[in-house]
Design a protein around this ligand. Structure first.
Ligand code: SF4
Length: 398
């Protein structure tokens, strides 16, 4: 049964709750759902219903295409002046012996490791330390661009920028302009966590506020840069906090149009100050992706980080609104493995990622950071076949 038939079936279901029917009609008519309807979905909608709506929207926007990119990460330090309660990654300044702190040469060594490799993006994020300041990053951006101009630099979040600009006594706009002139191309979506102060003050009390996070993205968008946005879900927040978070992003996106992808991040509970909180189920992960796809009507892409949720769940998520799977990674990030993700050495070859996407009937499209198509792998045959591994998707309303 195709997506149109599935939504018709929902609309014709006399037993469907009236609010769920109204929401389904809005989705079918490409109308925006309200804050209260978003909360209603979290509280009342089951997985098959949500999957039908989210997949309908994803299919309207992207058809059979699923995107991925070839990237590597640099995490310049895991030492951090901040004290986020959910963080499994950072070592505080006083635990310096357990940490690493790279210099610009060390970061350039990583960039040079990829010389001649067909990666298109370096993704940079990590902790916040005084030494890695404005000049440090500007120097790295310049050297990276001089060495490899075509490598897209997607670097640092408002958490780092807020700290760096404050120390350098620069406004958010002037700071972002300086970074852009040094070689910064775009910003990843991290550090957003949950915006509402009721939650933010409990889990991330000392880093940038929601307003500061949003303003730095707004300034980047004004300068023509694109960025992503995340949401850390599944801990102490209530459903309405999630909707509040998405609402703030939706409003900024109405204003600037600068966001590309929304990336829900699952709270993992290993080795952090919130380890007593159980993790949410895979069903809740999928419900959350689907509601994000339904609510964020002005975001082009919903992205899953397979390294965080496991490649199996990432594959499932493609039926619940996700159209983008990040990325080949090449075992260059520790953030998710240290938080307890199933993937302890996250690396997937392009061949494996392509296979993962093809196995659920989608067309794997390699993109660059700005979603320009680099390669369509639909009919591409790799010389050496990886062992087949099939995951079946749940069948919805058919
Ligand atoms: S989440 Fe980021 S800002 Fe917070 S403690 Fe960890 S590394 Fe530092």
């Amino acid at each position: 049964m195709n997506n149109n038939h599935q939504i018709e079936t929902l609309l014709n279901n006399k037993n469907l709750d009236p609010t769920l029917r109204t929401i389904a009609a809005k989705v079918s008519n490409q109308e925006r759902i309200s804050f209260d309807e978003g909360v209603f979905l979290y509280e009342n909608a089951d997985l098959p219903y949500l999957g039908t709506l989210a997949d309908y929207i994803r299919n309207k926007r992207h058809g059979d295409l699923t995107y991925f990119n070839r990237n590597f990460h640099i995490e310049p330090t895991n030492i951090c002046v901040y004290d986020c309660k959910f963080c499994s990654y950072s070592r505080m300044i006083k635990q310096r012996e357990e940490g690493w702190e790279m210099d610009v040469d060390g970061m350039m060594d990583i960039v040079k490791k990829y010389d001649g490799e067909p990666v298109t993006e370096v993704h940079i994020t990590g902790g916040v330390v005084p030494k890695q300041n404005l000049d440090f990053y500007a120097d790295f951006f310049r050297r990276s661009k001089a060495h490899r101009p075509d490598l897209h630099i997607k670097a640092l979040t408002p958490v780092e920028y807020y700290y760096i600009f404050k120390k350098a006594k620069l406004s958010h706009y002037d700071g972002m302009k300086y970074m852009q002139e040094a070689g910064l191309d775009s910003m990843p979506g991290g550090g957003a966590e949950i915006f509402h102060p009721e939650v933010r003050e409990k889990i991330a009390h000392d880093k940038c506020t929601a307003e500061q996070w949003l303003d730095i993205h707004e300034q980047a968008h004004k300068l023509g840069m694109r960025s992503n946005a995340t949401m850390l879900y599944g801990h102490i927040e209530e459903f309405w906090h999630r909707v509040d978070h998405m609402e703030r992003l939706r409003q900024l996106q109405d204003k600037t149009g600068g966001f590309q992808a929304f990336i829900p991040l699952k709270f993992r509970n290993k080795d952090n100050q919130m380890s007593d909180i159980p993790e949410v189920s895979v069903v809740e992960d999928l419900r959350n992706y689907a509601i994000a796809r339904i609510y964020m009507d002005n975001f082009d892409h919903i992205k899953a980080y397979w390294a965080m949720i496991s490649r199996n769940t990432a594959q499932l998520s493609l039926n619940f609104g996700v159209d983008d799977i990040d990325g080949t990674l090449d075992d260059t990030t520790k953030i998710y493995s240290m938080a307890g993700a199933e993937e302890q050495t996250p690396a997937m070859s392009t061949q494996q990622l392509v296979k993962l996407i093809k196995d659920v009937g989608r067309k794997p499209i390699e993109r660059d950071t700005l979603y320009n198509v680099i390669n369509d792998y639909t009919d591409f045959e790799f010389e050496e076949e990886v062992k087949p591994k099939f995951y079946s998707l749940p069948v919805i309303n058919s």
